[in-house]
Design a binder for this molecule. Sequence first.
Ligand code: UDX
Ligand code: ADP
Length: 472
Amino acid sequence: MDLLIKNICCIGAGYVGGPTMAVIADKCPEIKVNVVDINKERIESWNSFDLDRLPVYEPGLDKIIERCRGRNLNFSNNIAHTIASADMIFISVNTPTKKKGLGAGQASDLKWVEASARQVAKYAKGHTIVVEKSTLPVKTAKVIQNILKTSKQNSNKNEPTFEVLSNPEFLAEGTAIKDLELPDRVLIGGENKHAIDALSSIYEKWVPKQKILHTNIWSSEMAKLTANAFLAQRISSINSISALCEKTGAEVKEVAHAIGTDSRIGKKFLSAGPGFGGSCFKKDILNLVYLYKYYGLDEAADYWSGVLKINNWQKKRIANYVIDKLNGTVSDKKITILGFSFKANTNDTRESPSIDICLDLLEEGAILSIHDPKVDENQIRLEFEERNFKNDTKWTFNSKIDENFQDSHAVIILTEWDQYSDLDWFKIEKLMLKPAWVFDTRMILNLDTIKKSNINFWRLGKIINENKLTPN
Ligand code: UDX
Ligand code: ADP
């Protein structure tokens, strides 16, 4: 019996749910895709006429929303009704690291996943396929299955039936639409052939069949954690090499290029930088570490903890380096921060290395002038407040980039936005105090231009050039 999916519900209209459902709706016009969220403002933004107000910035997303919204893609807060009419429900809610209680600081907080499963149990009708999309610790499918099973035992007539599948999302922010439209693979974990075929048939509308992998449910969950852990590990590896390059005269960009040509290593994910951010890498490694410890595999837990340790060290050493070059003190010195999102082409700031680096400088008394093309002032305030820094007089946000350089001692490039790679340094040096410094943690500066200016510069993973130390 082939299950034909006509109605999809996605619980959670965030960075994963929003773009993923938009692409499914675009590729499958015959399927109704309804995205629900408890957050009213978020849904209002998804329904906004002004496409610049969509809650998620992703290149190409606005065009898809324009094409599909109101046709077969809808955003609403009407959770009960949407669940009841769905044949397939994606759970795509947030799963941040637990802040308190058992496993605090390591395990993922599953309360939003549980709440979603309870909503499904309460409102679903008929046979429903439940797909876990959020990044989750291994064995979460069991939690969902148990909630759905228990509810079944409680009800009597017209019992709904459920199948749970794992279908982890591998999209990266900033390239989400491309990643969804042309995925390296789609992974579906589960036991029930009909449910797996039903989900596969959706992806087959645009993904070649051989790229759709089927595994058991636990392998699928584990593969997602492992993929993120390996990617994060590559970044910590190259970041650790960047520090050694700075001491020895090697250049990390050249080293990365040289090793990347080895087909066993490959060239992707070898850009040294200020440390990885984003909602997944840290959380997933912490999940792995938690699992290892739970099973008494302490050596392996330590091994993966090392990836996070290097990431923190990289952020810290960059902040310390800036302080050192500004004569050991940044107290009352204006410093311009270019970039607050955790990578280019997203407005997401979760775990952005900019947060820790800015806070270290603020702690030392610096006055920051922050610019980002997509992040707004309020979001930056929320990130600082989350880490208990509440002094608004010590930093400003200015979306007009040029105004951030006036009387600044140093500029730090923290996000690799395109527009930061071809700034007019001759113009900027006139606005800055001397000796002026530029610290390029993303290795995007045009070296020819900056070398001709009177600005001292430092590029991550390279011996510095500092011979322009003429004070004002
Ligand atoms: C990641 C995974 O790539 C994706 O498959 C998964 O679904 C979610 O987590 P994301 O966090 O959106 O995606 O972005 P990603 O491109 O992986 O970058 C993560 C962090 O690593 C960013 O801070 C980025 O700047 C940094 N990074 C990435 C580097 O420092 N160097 C690199 O070479 C690549
Ligand atoms: P991700 O990056 O995983 O997509 P986000 O935080 O961007 O995470 O989005 C998750 C969304 O899930 C949020 O908009 C949040 O309001 C929503 N959400 C969380 N719990 C529920 C729930 N029980 N019902 C509906 N929506 C929920």
